[in-house]
Design a protein around this ligand. Structure first.
Ligand SMILES: Cc1ncc(COP(=O)(O)O)c(C=O)c1O
Length: 414
């Protein structure tokens, strides 16, 4: 019987790291692109004909959006989207309880109050029923932040018409969802505005970076002004039309993103194919359940490949210990965000009130318990998207490692 690697046996996925390209990938093309910017002495995008503008057009077109506004990172992309749709101090924003904290902290940066909605533990996405309940119970909900968790598009059919009827804005947090599609349309401008991140771990990256997409001409103009400290883009100088901030992307970031765009598009297709293969193989193992995708999902972009782990099918082995065993076998698994956001110290009474404007009441995050979010975070196991750049041989190693742990779980008893 093979011994588990965590007990000194041979790792079954020892060669996995050799079958996956190191992330982020780059080639001579990226090196040249950066040197060209350097030597051009145009490092800032405020001049006409910038690389940032070209990237905005190309990324927006790929994502089936009319407009793109490139920014410094994904957190300020959400802040810009919120400001643009009119979020003001004291407004409420519905945010899924399980996501990266920026989905909520972009709101608190504007003095707006995140109201946490529950998660559908099968999809990992915001529960449309929980959104409806909140909207019906709370006054002052201005917008909903819908995170496509791991890259899994939210159910727009359930969210969009419901919110539109009530004049509540839908902001897509697409930081995980480059290339994802709902009913044949790429995400980002299906709602009112969408924000993306190009941080180093993301599936299209310039180290840092972000973009806001929209189909709304008025929002696009407003967002461009806000992001350029009240100036018209392409018109440098000192004519400012509104009071705002500087969210601009640099020309180095834009050049890297442009250089990576073709490869990224090919990687989206590859990860979609390989993700479906891995999910299909994992479904056959009792106790691991790949994230459910709804019938409207026509293309799955990835940040995380997510599956839920059930200790009962693994002789009671805890998730923590399962992940340790999996890592020892050579599979870089992780726990995702680990807890619902309302359990973060940043949402304690003291920490929350410290950053909020005077007069804002504490929403009692410390007393929250959302069953779907609790269940999902208890069970969630994640693999980062670039694992799916490995082909069948690599994916079969992941499956073999999980099967090996299941078959030899007795070695870990006690
Ligand atoms: C869901 C989600 N939203 C927003 C962000 C913020 O992006 P950035 O790190 O580029 O500021 C991230 C980044 O990790 C994210 O995962």
């Amino acid at each position: 019987m093979p011994r588990l690697a965590i007990k000194g046996g041979n790792p079954v996925a020892e060669d996995l790291s050799k079958l996956i390209p190191p992330w982020p990938t780059y080639s001579e093309k990226e090196r040249q692109a950066l040197i060209e910017v350097l030597e051009s002495r145009r490092w800032c995008r405020i001049y006409p004909g910038s690389r940032a503008e070209l990237f905005e057009n190309m990324f927006a077109e790929y994502h089936h959006a009319k407009h793109g506004i490139a920014v410094a990172n994904g957190t300020v992309a959400l802040e810009l989207a919120m400001k643009t749709v009119g979020v003001k101090q004291g407004d409420k924003l519905v945010v899924p309880a399980v996501t990266f904290i920026a989905s909520a902290s972009a709101a608190t940066e504007l003095g707006a109050i995140p109201i946490f909605a529950d998660i559908d533990p099968e999809t990992g996405n915001i529960s449309p029923r929980s959104v409806r309940d909140i909207v019906e119970q709370e006054d002052g909900v201005r917008a909903v932040v819908a995170v496509h968790y791991g890259g899994n598009p939210v159910n727009f059919d359930e969210l969009k018409p419901f919110l539109a009827r009530r004049g509540i804005k839908l902001i897509e947090d697409c930081a995980h969802a480059h290339g994802s599609e709902w009913r044949g349309r790429r995400v980002g401008a299906i709602g009112d505005m969408g924000g993306f991140s190009f941080q180093e771990s993301k599936s299209l990256t310039a180290g840092e970076g972000g973009i806001v997409l929209t189909d709304n001409d008025e929002y696009a103009n407003k967002a461009r002004l806000i992001h350029n400290i009240g100036r018209v883009v392409g018109r440098p100088g000192y004519e400012h039309y509104i009071l705002a901030s500087n969210y601009r992307m640099t020309e180095f970031q834009a050049a890297l993103l442009l250089a990576k765009l073709d490869e990224f598009k090919e990687q989206v297709e590859r990860k979609h194919r390989n993700g479906a293969y891995l999910a299909d193989r994992l479904k056959r193992i009792k106790g691991v359940e790949p994230q459910k995708m709804e019938e409207g999902v026509t293309k799955r972009g990835y940040y995380y490949f997510v599956f839920r782990y059930n200790p009962e099918e693994f002789g009671g082995l805890s998730k923590q210990r399962f992940i340790e065993a999996l890592r020892a076998e050579g599979v870089p698994a992780d726990i995702g965000y680990g807890m619902p956001l309302y359990k973060q110290k940043a949402f304690s009474r003291e920490a929350f009130l410290e950053v909020m404007p005077p007069g804002i009441e504490y929403p009692n995050y410390d007393k929250m318990y959302l069953p779907g979010a609790e269940e999902f975070t208890r069970q969630e196991v994640t693999l980062l998207h670039y694992v799916l750049l490995g082909e069948k041989e690599a994916l079969d190693m992941i499956v073999a490692a999980i099967e090996k742990i299941k078959e030899n779980v007795d070695e870990l008893a006690g």
